[in-house]
Design a protein around this ligand. Structure first.
Ligand SMILES: *Cc1c(COP(=O)(O)O)cnc(C)c1O
Length: 400
């Protein structure tokens, strides 16, 4: 029996030698758990000094201390590798920890980063503010403007950071072109694929060097955990694993166990949500209360062709609208009991958010205008309910 058949767990991860072995269960006359159990232990007992030495050295598989590695993280990492067709994946305690892991493992003092100005707010704070403290400079540019990205490259540029689908105007990064620009210098391309998920887009396949996801969002899809992941095809991934443990970015077993259950249904969930998102976008296009609908699956979207080229299936589960009645109309919708106002995305049910008063509140008026965010902007995270039910509740909210 191959190791991967031992547990018919969500991702068929190979349990290492210190995980109860199927043969041991059988030898004891026991039935075998069909899923990898949750290993809530911070430390493992070592049989001998030689064994501890060999495991910590990497010469023998096994576990010693949870922050270094644990079975539930390995199982989720395996699922991520499969989803992204990646050689390596490392699980982190959050999406931000995955970004920290990328920069702390890949950059050093004196390096320069080209940062897309459409990135998740905290990512800009990290790449702009925090890295500057560590002597890593950055240029903030619109990564949809490839010439601007090229112009921002310096001899010290080691990283370009972009998002597959940006928030909230859902612009699409041209991953192939950005990878070419990065590789024409001595830089790597890091793509935050959170809004797409690996079912819709696989950045590594398009030439990106590193991909990260906030698993807290649609990847897990049940709105109950914080987790992140970083994947890539580097040869020296041991360095990434080491930084993950050294800087204390590692994941907890319960979150990984839940994330494994979440991604087991990822393909089903995202295809349902993408289908409903398109239905919702088409419905809203006809609605008088809505001035403009932004969805990469609509031909009216600026990046429709690019999305068609890069996406494997669907166009994501996020739809953004501009209300005809401005801020006052948006406030009415946000206060509606028909749809939950949640400043996040990727839950089971459809939720709405108001970027101006949440994710984009810290930006200057000029920056907000640049990104197309104002008081009338509402972002919908379409869930996996029946689409009729979503449309019904949307209608109720819009009629307020
Ligand atoms: C939420 C989010 C993050 C940060 O992830 P956390 O799990 O909240 O730390 C990063 N990028 C994008 C696009 C996100 O939506």
């Amino acid at each position: 029996m191959s190791d991967s058949d031992k547990y018919r767990s969500n991702s068929n991860e190979v349990p290492d030698s210190s995980v109860p072995d199927v043969d041991e269960y059988r030898a004891a006359g026991q039935t075998v758990p069909n899923n990898l159990p949750l290993f809530l232990t911070s430390v493992w007992q070592c049989e001998s000094t030689e064994q501890a030495d060999a495991i910590l050295d990497g010469a023998q598989s096994g576990f010693v201390y949870q922050r270094e590695s644990h079975p539930n993280a390995n199982q989720f990492a395996k699922a991520c590798r499969t989803l992204h067709k990646a050689k390596h994946a490392t699980v982190t305690s959050s999406g931000m920890a995955a970004l920290s892991l990328a920069v702390l493992s890949q950059l050093e003092h004196g390096d320069h980063v080209v940062v897309c100005n459409r990135l998740y707010g905290r990512s800009i704070v990290l790449l702009g503010g925090e890295l500057q403290r560590l002597g890593i400079q950055h240029s903030l540019v619109d990564s949809c403007d490839l010439q601007a990205v090229e112009d921002a490259m310096t001899d010290n540029t080691r990283l370009i950071v972009a998002e597959t689908i940006s928030n909230p105007i859902l612009r699409i990064a041209d991953i192939k072109a950005l990878a070419e620009i990065a590789h024409s210098g001595d830089a790597q391309l890091l793509v935050d694929n959170t809004f797409a998920t690996p079912i819709v887009c696989q950045p590594l396949e398009l030439g990106a060097d590193l991909v990260l996801e906030s698993v807290s969002k649609f990847m897990n899809g049940h709105g109950d955990i914080m987790l992140g992941m970083l994947a890539g095809n580097h040869d020296d991934w041991e360095r990434v694993e080491s930084v993950n443990s050294t800087w204390g970015l590692a994941s907890s077993p319960l979150e990984c166990w839940l994330a494994c259950r979440g991604v087991a249904t990822l393909a089903l969930r995202i295809s349902r949500a993408c289908e409903s998102a398109l239905t919702v976008a088409e419905y809203l296009t006809e609605h008088a209360a809505v001035e403009r609908v932004v969805y990469p699956g609509l031909e009216s979207h600026d990046d429709f062709q690019l999305a068609q080229r890069q996406f494997i299936q669907g166009s994501g589960h996020v739809v953004t609208i501009q209300m005809t009645g401005g801020r006052a109309a948006a406030d009415q919708v946000m206060g509606s009991p028909a749809l939950a106002f949640c400043p996040s995305l990727g839950d089971v049910t459809t939720t709405i958010s108001h970027p101006l008063s949440t994710s984009h509140r810290g930006l200057s008026l000029e920056q907000q205008q640049q990104l197309g965010v104002n008081g009338a902007t509402i972002r919908l995270s379409v869930g996996i309910e029946e689409s009729d039910s979503i449309l019904e509740r949307l209608q109720m909210a819009l009629e307020r």
